[in-house]
Design a binder for this molecule. Structure first.
Ligand code: SOE
Length: 379
């Protein structure tokens, strides 16, 4: 007998769809799990839009006020898929209402907000997780297993990029539906919170905590028309950001993100160099993990490309047959599966709010360093 997990989805954008797809697929591919998501309600201010979303994706009902959603007895968990400036208030109220919370990344606008959210979920004792989905791409999970096995030895370097090109046009407005990521009041920051946060979350997971950072940011287009008011407004977000860091394990980190790398759409790459071996991964080729093992001898030594599609690779036994790849959307199915499993075991589903606060601390330090041009320790 399976048990229902009644979900309330707040928001209906790109991430609302990605997460909902995860809820819908999980039972078919992870049939052993005790809990089954039930799409109880979808919530957003615009009645027409949320009804359309609910009809398309199969939500049983709608709400136009998140407070009404939180007051409902038939909702066990809420998924926060709204702009970053709304995460804190909704998450704290949800915790007080005793709801489990799945919150879209980044956790919050800044560390102070994130800390308040952590305290709220911990006080209420509600299960929580943050959607840093790239941890659950099988090739990235495999990298974690290889690193944890000690195969790389002492780590010297970690580097990551997240490159896009969708904001190069000066005519692109800021603010409002789909473009809130460009408005500082809604997003908090630009590429630092939106893209580098992913790189930082994966880096901390794979290579441990960051000790200190020095950063630079740039805003290439200084003014954009606001989509809702039609007025020109100063751009307050970082269009590009690069930072150096030390990790607690003594290795050096190098990170770069921009929305101005013409030709790159979502090029998230990471590489880690250890004493005995190196690994690298690329989102545009997400089912491959590249590895160089110094123990290999002879003329054929070199980088090898592991096609992470075998039944014994992380998560892959759940899908098709060896050799057949899965994609981006499956990382969300995996996160739902791990969340449901955590309800059975009582173990946290990482990254929890508290884990995501570590990423938030690095983001805040990066932005502070870019502003005052000095090194910042991670508090
Ligand atoms: C931005 O374009 C974005 O959609 C991010 O918000 C996501 O977190 C990232 O995974 C892909 O790019």
């Amino acid at each position: 007998m399976t048990k229902p997990l009644n979900l309330g989805m707040i928001g209906y954008g790109f991430m609302g769809r990605a997460h909902t797809n995860g809820y819908k697929r999980v039972g078919d591919f992870f049939p052993e799990l005790q809990y089954r998501p039930v799409l109880k309600a979808a919530c957003a201010r615009n009645r027409e839009n949320i009804q359309k979303f609910a009809d398309q994706w199969g939500y049983e009902s709608i709400e136009t006020d998140w407070k009404a959603l939180l007051a409902r007895k038939d909702i066990d968990a809420v998924d926060i898929c709204v702009p970053n400036n709304l995460h804190k208030e909704i998450a704290i109220s949800a915790a007080e209402a005793g709801k489990m919370i799945l919150c879209e990344k980044p956790l919050a606008m800044n560390v102070a907000e994130g800390e308040a959210m952590c305290q709220a979920v911990e006080k209420a004792g509600v299960t929580n997780t943050v959607w840093y989905n790239y941890r659950r791409i099988p090739a990235v999970t495999l990298a974690k297993q290889i690193i944890d096995s000690g195969k790389l030895g002492r780590i010297f370097h970690y580097r990551a990029n997240f490159l896009q090109d969708w904001t190069i046009s000066e005519d692109l407005p800021q603010g409002g539906a789909a473009l809130w990521r460009l408005e500082a009041d809604a997003a908090g920051s630009g590429v630092t919170g939106d893209l580098l946060a992913h790189c930082i979350d994966t880096a901390i997971w794979l290579n441990g905590q960051v000790r200190d950072v020095t950063a630079m940011t740039e805003t290439f287009i200084k003014e954009r028309t606001h989509q809702l008011t039609g007025k020109k407004q100063k751009v307050g977000i970082d269009d590009a950001c690069a930072f150096l860091c030390h990790f607690e394990n003594g290795s050096l980190g190098l990170f770069e993100s921009t929305r101005y790398a013409r030709g790159h759409k979502a090029l998230y790459t990471l590489e880690i160099n250890g004493e005995h071996a190196s690994l690298r991964w690329d989102l545009h080729d997400l089912h491959r993990l590249e590895m160089f093992d110094h123990a290999d001898t002879g003329l054929t030594r070199g980088w090898k490309s592991i096609h992470v599609t075998d039944g014994d690779h992380p998560y892959m036994g759940k899908w098709w047959v060896p050799g057949l790849a899965i994609g981006y959307e499956h990382s969300f199915v995996h996160q739902v599966a791990d969340f449901l499993k955590s309800l059975e075991t009582g173990e946290p589903c990482h990254p929890t709010f508290r884990d995501a606060l570590d990423t938030q601390k690095v983001c805040d330090a990066v932005l502070a360093s870019a502003a005052d041009h000095t090194w910042h320790s991670i508090g």
